[in-house]
Design a protein. Structure first.
Length: 262
């Protein structure tokens, strides 16, 4: 911002400054995650694998972020650390006012159970339980859950509640997995290659469900993909390579999943 020369300029300089401060305060207040200088080194005997090399990343309330990068670039490691499935070797990860990097296993389990929904490439449904029963496994132990029926309606499976996984297509099984992840109303939804095992048409249906949950429930959502086409759906696209964040791009307009193909 240019320094003021005249009185009118001073007023507008001050008001711009106030606006900037207000917007950066809003962003700070809306910060869900703040990862600072995190590294992850996996020690495999003599060999050390540097999965993350000093990553800084904040995620904000209600945004839809795509983590994009080639296989082995550290995307899952980063997502797992944000979701409390793993811990960094160094650096800090804050979830609101809580420092996850010093949490023990019990504290991480409680954090995950109360705040995080996960969706993985493979659906991990229990084959001997119906869609409704698979979702009920989570709702029975949650504090303020939706009913399994509500969650399954949200993903468009109201007609299939009493079907077993083997009676559902891959995309439908993934939608049950999403219903299970969101039924506890998590603040954060973390998806690791959610369309990785699906054809384009089915993948689009799954992306529509994830986009709807982000939009209607305001769930902060991070989706890992190596598929650049999906990046068009995001508010922000974070590129990873070699365990580091490269470009972070904000999309000025977002694509609907229907406009995406790969
Ligand atoms: P991406 O999700 O981008 O494919 P990952 O985060 O899965 O990348 O992996 C980053 C690097 O860390 C890779 O070299 C991978 O082999 C390694 N890695 C990931 N998890 C482990 C683990 N549990 N033990 C050892 N190495 C691992």
């Amino acid at each position: 911002m240019a320094k003021p020369q005249k009185i009118n300029d001073t007023v507008s300089y001050q008001s711009n400054l106030l606006n900037q401060m207000a917007s950066s305060n809003t962003q700070v207040e809306n910060t869900v995650f703040n990862a600072h200088d995190i590294t992850k080194v996996y020690e495999m005997g003599e060999v050390k694998v540097h999965a993350l090399r000093g990553v800084d990343l904040s995620l904000y309330q209600g945004e839809f972020v795509v983590l994009l990068g080639p296989s082995g670039s550290g995307k899952s490691t980063l997502l797992n650390i944000l979701g409390g499935l793993d811990t960094p070797s160094s650096g800090t990860v804050r979830y609101h006012d809580h420092d996850l990097s010093i949490y023990d296993d019990n504290a991480l389990t409680t954090y995950r159970r109360e705040h995080v929904g996960f969706v993985f490439q493979f659906y991990n449904l229990i084959p001997s339980l119906t869609a409704r029963e698979n979702v009920a496994l989570v709702t029975e132990i949650s504090i303020n859950p939706m009913t399994p029926e509500e969650a399954l309606r949200l993903v468009g499976l109201e007609q299939r509640m009493d079907h077993f996984p083997a009676q559902l297509s891959g995309g439908e099984q993934q939608r049950v997995a999403i219903a299970r992840a969101v039924a506890k109303r998590p603040e954060v939804l973390l998806c690791d290659e959610p369309t990785g095992a699906l054809d384009v048409q089915t993948g689009v249906l799954v992306l529509e469900v994830i986009e709807r949950i982000n939009r209607e429930l305001g769930t902060t959502t991070a989706v890992i993909t190596h598929n650049a086409a999906i990046a068009g759906m995001a508010d922000r696209v974070v590129h990873l390579s070699g365990g580091e964040i490269g470009e972070v791009k904000t999309n000025t307009s977002k694509l609907s999943p229907r406009d995406i193909s790969w």
